[in-house]
Design a binder for this molecule. Sequence first.
Ligand SMILES: [Zn+2]
Length: 155
Amino acid sequence: MKEQVVKSISKLSCFDIQDVQKDDLERVMVKVLPKRKLGYFCPLCEKTSNSHSRGNYRVLRHDWVHDGQTLLVKVPLYRQRCTTCNLTWTVKWEGIPERGQATEYYKRKVAEECILRSFGEVARDLNLPSSTVGNWFNAYQEVHTGSKSPNLVNI
Ligand SMILES: [Zn+2]
């Protein structure tokens, strides 16, 4: 299990593992911390910033392990304030979408599952709405084929 967790989290290049817990549903929850960084620069004026708030988190689906168990990642929300223009913003992490409850890696992995299996089957196994699975598959296909029209028909 530990090996799988380390391998999974290595897909998120900006984080280190801080703690591994099980949630109420016995799912594996990995708390991560950003790798050491000198500072976060203002997205507006590119000057230095200070920490504005810490302590909030988002929980996202990130992977599933061999027995089908969902692996969740607990990502910190860092709010920063620019020392020059006073803008406050939330730090963006690579591989973590600004909205939603799944990492980019998870969405891609789900989409790849749909190449050989139906949306419904994948959705059922992962306890996700099949419309969500379909959307992720279509987004993935658009990126990889540059086409919106479903050339790979998924039945
Ligand atoms: Zn600024």
